[in-house]
Design a protein around this ligand. Structure first.
Ligand code: SF4
Length: 247
C-alpha cells in the first residue's frame, strides 16, 4: 500500500484539484493511496459527493455520524442513498456510557444551557465517533464550501490536519449553492426534503431550525448561541482534540 505524506501532498494538491471537475478531483484523491474516508451528514453538498463516489465506484469509504438525535428525514435519506447508489454508508454511533455520563452531568438536553454543555454533547455524539471513523485514514474528504458561512470563507481544496495527521480534502470548496442545486437536478440526486422547507443546513433535530429569508445558510444551527463562528468542532482544528464537534 502506498503511504502518502499528508504535509507534502497538501502543498501541491490544491493547484491540481482546481483544474479538475468533481469526479476528477475525487478520483485523483482516491488514487493517492491509503484509506480514504468521506464523512457525510447527508446534507445536499454531501449528497453530491456521495453521488459521484457511487456512480463512479470510487474506492472511498462513505461514513456518517449517527448521533442518535438525527431527524427522521435524514435517517430515511441514508437508506434511500444506499439503495440508489448500491453503496454502504457506515454509521458511527456514540458510546452509551458516554451518553449516560453526559446526561448525568448536564441532562440529556443540557446543550441549551451553555456553550460548554453543547460542546460536550457534540464531543460525545460527534467528535469521539469521528475519531473512530477516521482511525487509520490517510485522507479525509468533506463537503465544506466557502459559501456556507463566513467561518468557511477560506476553505482550501486541501490542507494538512495536524490534529489527526491526515490530509483533509474539500472538493466542493469553490462550488456555490446554485451549482450544487443544478447538479442535484441534472443527476436526480436524492436530497433531504427538509431543504425545501427552509433548512439549508441540517444537523441534529434539537439543534437545527429553519432559517428566515435572508439569513445565512447555517443560521439555523445552534441558533440560541451568540458566537457567529459556532460550529460543532469537526472542522475546527485547534479544538479537535478537545471536547467540541460541528458539522
Ligand atoms: S448538534 Fe446538538 S444534539 Fe447533536 S451532538 Fe451537538 S449538541 Fe448534541
Amino acid at each position: 500500500m502506498t503511504v502518502i505524506n499528508p504535509i507534502e501532498e497538501a502543498e501541491g494538491l490544491a493547484d491540481k484539484l482546481a483544474g479538475l471537475d468533481l469526479a476528477g478531483r475525487l478520483s485523483f484523491v482516491a488514487g493517492l493511496g491509503g484509506r480514504v474516508v468521506f464523512t457525510t451528514s447527508l446534507g445536499i453538498e454531501d449528497q453530491v459527493i456521495t453521488a459521484e463516489i457511487g456512480t463512479h465506484r470510487l474506492p472511498i469509504d462513505v461514513v456518517t455520524l449517527q448521533t442518535g438525535r438525527l431527524f427522521a428525514e435524514t435517517l430515511k435519506l441514508i437508506d434511500e442513498t444506499e439503495s440508489q447508489y448500491d453503496i454502504h454508508i457506515v454509521k458511527y454511533e456514540p458510546e452509551q456510557a458516554d451518553i449516560d455520563a453526559y446526561a448525568a452531568k448536564y441532562g440529556m438536553n443540557g446543550f441549551y444551557e451553555s456553550v460548554e454543555a453543547r460542546h460536550a454533547c457534540c464531543g460525545v455524539r460527534k467528535l469521539k465517533p469521528l475519531a473512530r471513523a477516521l482511525a487509520g485514514a490517510t485522507i479525509w474528504i468533506t463537503g465544506l464550501r466557502r459559501g456556507q458561512s463566513a467561518n468557511r470563507a477560506e476553505t482550501p481544496f486541501a490542507e494538512y490536519d495536524a490534529e489527526r495527521h491526515l490530509l483533509k480534502v474539500n472538493p466542493l470548496a469553490d462550488w456555490d449553492i446554485d451549482k450544487i442545486n443544478a447538479f442535484v437536478a441534472d443527476n436526480s440526486v436524492p436530497v433531504n426534503p427538509m431543504h425545501a422547507r427552509g433548512y439549508p443546513s441540517i444537523g441534529c433535530e434539537p439543534c437545527t431550525r429553519a432559517i428566515k429569508p435572508g439569513e445565512p445558510e447555517r443560521a439555523g444551527r445552534w441558533w440560541w448561541e451568540q458566537d457567529e463562528k459556532r460550529e460543532c468542532g469537526l472542522h475546527v482544528a485547534e479544538e479537535a482534540a478537545s471536547s467540541v464537534a460541528q458539522q
